[in-house]
Write a protein that binds this ligand. Structure first.
Ligand SMILES: [Zn+2]
Ligand SMILES: [Zn+2]
Length: 194
């Protein structure tokens, strides 16, 4: 190999490395909240699946209002915001959707049973009609759906929002995967499993 070829290869290598870091830098740059323009990396996944860039305040505000306006039954698994892997998204999906996300039959059956168990229950906080089955973080050791055996706390939608909103708000992690809006069907709120 002659000197010129080595020189060209060196330039290509340096150029490639510089480009790699530039792309990484640009990729990690915060974007602006669509409501207030503040820099943020958090994302909201609206009911149509569109990702909306929102600062933490507007993210939680939007999530609360979308959940409060839903009339569907939900299993709400408390988000584990201390676990690095489980804190990047707070996903909502129907039992069928869970299957598409590769959750096994056992996990789907368990969530379906929890959803059915909500019927006829009263909110344990305010005695209104319960619409959600809330699973506390401390009530399961391994956050795998099929391993959850806890008896849920039955809550109405405003009471569950009051519990979960502040936990999501205080999370130290960035919601790269997005906090999800509830879709137009009964479903399960859960942190992502890996
Ligand atoms: Zn904002
Ligand atoms: Zn209530």
């Amino acid at each position: 190999m002659d000197t010129q070829a080595i020189q060209i290869m060196t330039y290509v290598l340096i150029g490639g490395t510089a480009l790699f870091f530039l792309v990484r830098y640009l990729g990690s740059k915060p974007k602006q909240c669509e409501v207030c323009g503040m820099d943020t990396k958090d994302l909201y996944n609206d009911a149509s699946g569109k990702l909306v860039r929102l600062c933490r305040t507007h993210l939680i505000e939007r999530w609360k209002s979308d959940v409060l306006s839903s009339s569907h039954k939900m299993v709400v698994i408390e988000p584990d915001v201390e676990d690095q892997n489980h804190a990047m998204g707070y996903l909502y999906g129907s039992v069928e959707q869970l299957g598409e996300w590769q959750y096994g039959k056992e996990a789907q059956r368990k969530m379906s049973d929890y959803l059915l168990s909500i019927d006829g229950k009263k909110c344990e906080e305010c005695n209104m009609t319960a619409t959600t089955a809330f699973i506390k973080k401390g009530d399961y050791s391994i956050p795998l759906m099929e391993k959850i055996t806890a008896t849920p706390t039955y809550l109405c939608t405003p009471c569950v929002v009051k519990k979960v909103g502040p936990i999501l708000f205080a999370s130290q992690h960035i919601f790269y995967e997005g906090v999800y809006a509830p879709t137009n069907e009964d479903g399960v709120y859960h942190s992502q499993e890996y």
